[in-house]
Structures are given as C-alpha cells and as structure tokens.
Design a protein around this ligand. Structure first.
Ligand code: PMT
Length: 406
C-alpha cells in the first residue's frame, strides 16, 4: 500500500509550456494509488489535449466546456470540497493572482474556492515574472492562507534564458504533496534507524576507496519515515543531500565509523534499515603521507565488518531490513543474502540496470522476507519506493505477531 492509496485529488493544469510535465506528474500520482480528476484551464488545452489526461486518469477531464450551471458541474464542485488536495501544476502567474484574490471566473479557480483540503501550487514561468513584486505578493498571500507554493527551480527556461522559474522534478512535487496532505502517522510509535550513502575508506590523506551511492534511497526512507511520525536517526556516509530536518543526523566517513554509530543507535530502534553501500574492504595499512611516484603499487585490502549481520545477531527486537545491490540472479542471490545475514526483510535492486539503483531518482526493487514471501515492486520514484518499503515492514511485522499470537 502506498500513502496516496485512495486519496482523492484534483490536478489543475494551467497554460504554461510546462503543462506537458503535468502528464508525468499525473502518471506518478495514479501509480501511487491516488484517484485523480484533472481540470484543464482554457490555455492549458492549447498545450496538451484532454484525451491524454483522460486516458491516464481514467476519468473525464474538467474543462470550461462544462456548463457551470449543470448538475455535473455542481457535482464536481462537491468533489473539490471532498478532495484531500487540489494541486495546480503548472501554476501560471495568472492563476496565482486569481487564487490570491479569490477570483473564480473559470472551472479551476471555482474549484480552488470550493477546496477544503490541502492546496498545492507548483509555479512555472519565466524568471523575470517569478521575481516580479506582484507575483511575490500573491505568493506571500497564498502562503499566509496555508497554501503550499513550491519554489520553482533554477535552470534553462522555455524562453531559452536561464533563471528561476522551472517546473520542479516530479519527485519533489510528490514529496511536497505528501507533506501538505494530512499525514498518515502510522509510524508514530516507531524509532527508525536508517543508513545511507557510501562509506569512504582512506588509502592515504588524499585518496580513498568508495562506491557510486548518492544516498538518495536512504534519505528518501528517512524523509518518508519522519513524515509518517517516526523518530528517525539517519547515519550517513558522505553525500550532497540535505538531511530531513526532523531526523537525528549522524555523519560518518568509514565503515568502522558507521558500525560504531549503528550499533550504538540500534539499541533503541524498533526498525533498522540499512540502505547504505558499505565498502566491503579497507586498506590494510594507511599511508600517513601522500603516496608519490609512478611505480606499480599493490594495495593490500582487508574486509570490513558486516554491520548488518552484527545488528541482526544482537537480536534487540528491532525489525531488521537490508538492501542488496545485485547485478545478476537477483532473486536467488537476495534470498541467500537474507539468510546469511539473518535479517527480516531484504530489498534487492539490480544495480546493472540504467535509470535505477545507484544515483538514480527511481528504483525498482524486489522485497524478500524471512517468512518465504517475495514481492516485486514496479519502477517508481525513490520516495514512492521508500513509502512502499515502510508499509511492507508494518504489514510483515503485524502478520508475524499474529502468527505468534495464534
Ligand atoms: O544511494 P543511492 O545512490 O540512492 O543508491 C541506492 C543503493 C543502490 C545504494 C541501495 O539501493 C542499495 O542497494 N544499498 C545496498 C548496497 C550494498 O552495499 O549492497 P550489498 O549487497 O553489498 O550489502 C548488503 C547489505 O549489507 C546492505 O544492507 C549493506 O548496507 C549491508 N552491509 C554490507 C557490507 C558491510 N560491510 N556491512 C553492511 O552492513
């Protein structure tokens, strides 16, 4: 189950060149289980036709071709009242102005006045427009009223110029939506310890052994767990990602440092998730000075401790989850790894495939549990994978408790 399961959403699309990005957003929202009704402004229809949205949402698309006096229109206003959230993505300067001033002169702006759930605006416009004082004042008014207005990203704009005004990545929109929705606090009584990123094993003062982990998967788990109410400790190797503000953040460099931090914090954890890519080896002898010269060099390596196996062996009562980075025979290797490490759940990903795994924004994983079950999740954003993993942990733990109680 994902956290958008059964959520009723209205996706308003307005007339920006970024309107096509709303198609990708809609696809992700429906993949996450949301029921989405799309409302296209008259100008949005110049960029993308209703049929695309209708096909992806499986619902009729609202346009101004609707007669506002018809029963159907009244029904849709009632839908806006019931909806968990109304998103406007992309939101033009025009719709921001209308929403700030309560103007309801088309279907979408009428729905915005009727909305009782969260309202999220995803602006996309030219950089100069975004910085115009009138737009800034409208955004400030909306934010004061509790509307979530995302900051656009900086980069190349449709005008060919650079600047701030780009429609953000779909992941960022989904994450903001999850934050704006009344959160599911199903992890409110959990203490979740998560590891993320690579470790760095020094060779000399300037060089190290490491791997391609960016930390995105582990940070997505930490963000999702914190949003769902858990007390989160994030033990992370070096990454360029900002940790979620609500998490206790423990930065580390080497596998030894990660081991120490993990064993310390695992004592209190109810769930441990090891998404980090720990270097399997470190240099046996560290050169205290920078290694010089052009001659062949033999590096002697020694294995690092297996932190995951050690945590599981301590049997603290925590539900222990490992990840497996595989390149072939994923299911068989993952099952063997689960058993060798003595853990409850293993999340396997094929890191030889482009677009998923290391440093990608999406992942496609296989969940293998110690009760013999396995479940393949489709390719989706790491934020969505994180939520699915957390939901799977709760379901597996509840099922295991029920078996014991029987
Ligand atoms: O960080 P990203 O760029 O988002 O990429 C995500 C990811 C590919 C790193 C992630 O999805 C992933 O697969 N993480 C585990 C990578 C890995 O080290 O896999 P492994 O099969 O070598 O290790 C298996 C498990 O044992 C892992 O949970 C690992 O944290 C743990 N381990 C490994 C070695 C070691 N010495 N100690 C450990 O605890």
């Amino acid at each position: 189950m994902s956290t958008l399961d059964g959520r009723e959403l209205i996706l308003g699309v307005t007339g920006s060149i970024a309107a096509y990005k709303a198609v990708y957003l809609l696809r992700e929202l429906t993949r996450l289980g949301a029921r989405v009704t799309v409302c296209l402004s008259e100008h949005a229809r110049q960029f993308v036709g209703p049929l695309t949205f209708r096909t992806l949402s499986g619902r009729p698309v609202l346009t101004d071709l609707f007669d506002p006096q018809s029963d159907e229109a009244v029904e849709h206003v009632a839908l806006a009242e019931r909806a968990h959230a109304v998103l406007v993505a992309p939101a033009t300067a025009n719709v921001l102005a209308k929403a700030a001033h309560g103007i309801a002169d088309d279907f979408l702006t009428t729905l915005l006045l009727a909305a009782r759930g969260a309202v999220l605006m995803v602006p996309a416009m030219d950089g100069g427009m975004w910085e115009h004082p009138a737009v800034a004042a409208n955004v400030a008014t909306l934010r004061q009223r509790g509307v979530t207005v995302l900051e656009p990203e900086t980069g190349e704009l449709a005008s060919g110029l650079g600047g701030r005004g780009r429609f953000p990545e779909v992941d960022r929109v989904v994450e903001a939506l999850l934050g704006a929705l009344v959160p599911v606090r199903d992890l409110g009584s959990e203490r979740v310890l998560i590891t993320a990123g690579p470790t760095r094993e020094p060779i000399d003062p300037v060089r190290y052994i490491s791997n391609r982990s960016s930390g995105k998967m582990g940070y997505a788990l930490a963000t999702a767990a914190a949003r769902r109410g858990a007390r989160v400790t994030l033990v992370s190797g070096p990454t360029t990602i900002a940790p979620p503000p609500a998490a206790v953040f423990v930065p580390v460099q080497t596998a030894e440092e990660m081991r120490e931090a993990v064993l310390h914090h695992a004592r209190e954890a109810t769930i441990v998730i090891k998404a980090a890519a720990v270097a399997d080896y470190r240099a046996k002898r560290l050169s205290p000075t920078k290694i010089k010269g052009k001659q062949d060099l033999t590096l002697e390596l020694t294995p690092n401790p297996d932190i995951l196996r050690e945590v599981a062996a301590r049997r603290t009562g925590a539900f222990v989850v490992g990840f497996a980075a595989e390149t072939h025979d994923v299911a068989a290797n993952a099952r063997a790894k689960l058993e060798a490490k003595g853990i409850d759940l293993l999340v396997a990903n094929d890191v030889s495939r482009a677009g998923i795994g290391f440093d990608a924004d999406e992942n496609e994983v296989l969940l293998i549990d110690r009760w013999g079950g396995s479940r393949a999740l489709p390719r989706m954003s790491k934020a969505a994978v994180a939520d699915a993993i957390l939901s799977a942990i709760l379901a597996l733990r509840a099922a295991s408790a029920a078996r014991v109680g029987r």
